[in-house]
Design a protein around this ligand. Structure first.
Ligand code: GBH
Length: 476
């Protein structure tokens, strides 16, 4: 990556890599861990490629020190990991704390700090304790207070050392894939209804956790809290077609705006979501009021409950208007959105089918976030490139991808004036890629899943990322 100009990045730029508990830890039933919805989803079979599970994954529960070596080889300044809620609190509530879970995350955090690496901790990355799913999960009103207690416990236990917190990872994915499409745990297929309820309760949960931090912990701990939002960049399929242009705005509202508008703009969902969902509920004869819940005046507003913007960006889409199509009469999220995102045939696909490589989409999205939502600092909390099929340790395509992407981030900083504070590559390691199991590899380090040692080996992209970081750190 020699051509990348690292001088455009601020001196205190966070150079990171990210992982998530269920995708790497394994140890699913050891040392008092309770099951999560992903254990249930995988063990039920049929939902994941070749019935792979996260039972062992990278075994980071036992091999943490191997992960730490990878982190050190990269020279990361920051490492983003998530806590397995049910490892810490086996039934999801603070009635039962698992001391071995506390000890594990204490060791991880202490080791990182001893190596001069700052932890960024995600409280929730898709793995709801099964005991809470049994009570209704994200569809239940009570979940917000239960999440708040969990967050409070984490702030109290780890917040003396952890200064960057993400409450929820990708509420869009959890709500839509988990409660509308049923392709992610908990595997609920309830089109057009549960998706909005789950999203709403996630926003309520995030809001309560942020307020708890703000009131009770920030004065002493002085950290920052946000939630990580995923979004594609989107442009009209036919730029001259007003219907596609309007569909593109709806696509952005239903993806990013759904969560960004309540938190960063108005305290409520985007106007386009309210209008569409309400009028379509009427048209389709849905009788139980609006499917899009309202924020209660008796609870704190989501507005202002983020100290920075955390963005997960992977890909871009061209958007076509769907209003005339078959979705018109269908009660569903996509029907409500009235728009469909498609891959431009000129974009290369890297590995997994949905990942069209569009590095300049990230620059455009960063500018859009600054113009439409907030001038708060932005952390890119995930971005990456996958491989499928035969392993290529000399992953030239991924090297080019990181070089191009970092160049675009540099332009967002130096030319568009976006206050980007950090970049986290997804992922530190090859890991359990949800419904694709181990068939899709996102790591900077290869993991040999065929032997129990689960040996980690740097890809060439890992070595090149390390070189970029070292060059930047030596200049500042
Ligand atoms: C992230 O989601 C996750 O946070 C992370 O855990 C994951 O490993 C990583 O991406 C790589 O996938 O199959 O057509 O329904 C990224 C956002 C949104 C991308 C849902 C895949 C599914 C497209 N994801 N999308 S499809």
């Amino acid at each position: 990556m020699s051509v990348l100009d690292v001088t455009v990045f601020p001196h205190d730029f966070a150079w990171g890599a990210a992982t998530a508990a269920y995708q790497i830890e394994g140890g699913w039933d050891v040392d008092g861990r309770g099951p999560s919805v992903w254990d249930t989803f995988c063990h039920a079979k049929g939902g994941v490629f070749e019935d792979h599970t996260g039972d062992v994954a990278c075994n980071s529960y036992q091999l943490w020190e191997e992960d730490l070596k990878c982190i050190q080889q990269l020279g990361l300044t920051h490492y983003r990991l998530s806590i397995s809620w049910s490892r810490l609190l086996p039934d999801g509530t603070t009635n039962h704390v698992n001391p071995k879970g506390v000890a594990y995350y204490n060791k991880v955090i202490d080791d990182l700090i001893a190596c001069n690496v700052k932890p960024m901790i995600t409280l929730y990355h898709m793995d709801l304790p099964q005991a809470l799913q049994d009570l209704g999960g994200w569809s239940s009103t009570e979940i917000a207070d239960i999440f708040e207690s969990y967050a409070r416990f984490c702030f109290k236990t780890f917040g003396d050392r952890v200064k960057l917190w993400i409450t929820l990872n990708e509420p869009y994915v959890c709500a839509k894939l988990g409660h509308e499409d049923g392709t992610f745990a908990p595997g609920i297929k309830d089109p057009g209804i549960s998706v909005y309820l789950a999203g709403h309760n996630m926003l309520r949960a995030h809001t309560k956790a942020w307020h708890t931090y703000n009131t009770h912990f920030r004065p002493l701990q002085a950290g920052q809290v946000s939630l990580a939002l995923n979004s594609d960049w989107a442009e009209p399929s036919d730029p001259g077609c007003p219907k596609d242009a309007a569909a593109t705005e709806r696509y952005k509202d239903f993806t990013l705006g759904w969560f960004a508008c309540p938190v960063f703009c108005t305290g409520d969902y985007p106007e386009s979501m309210r209008a569409r969902i309400e009028s379509r509920s009427l048209d389709l004869g849905y009788k139980q009021g609006s499917r899009l819940p309202r924020f209660s005046k008796d609870e704190p507003s989501p507005l202002g409950t983020a100290d920075f913007f955390a963005l997960n960006y992977y890909t871009s889409r061209k958007v076509i208007d769907l209003n005339g199509g078959s979705k018109k009469s269908e009660l569903s999220f996509v029907g409500d959105q009235g728009a469909e995102g498609v891959v431009d045939p000129s974009w290369p696909i890297c590995g997994v089918h949905w990942l069209a490589v569009v590095p300049d989409g990230l620059r455009k999205l960063l500018k859009y976030i600054k113009d439409a939502y907030t001038s708060l600092p932005v952390y890119i909390t995930e971005n990456g490139f996958s491989q499928m099929g035969p392993v290529q340790i000399e992953d030239a395509d991924r090297c080019r991808f990181y070089q191009d992407t970092l160049q675009e981030v540099g332009k967002a900083v130096s030319q568009d004036g976006v206050n980007v504070k950090g970049y986290f590559a997804w992922s530190l390691l090859d890991n359990f890629e949800w419904s694709h199991g181990y068939s899709v590899r996102f790591g900077l380090f290869h993991v040999d899943f065929s032997t129990p040692e689960l040996k980690r080996t740097s890809y060439r992209s890992g070595r090149e990322y390390a070189a970029v970081i070292s060059k930047h750190r030596s200049q500042t």
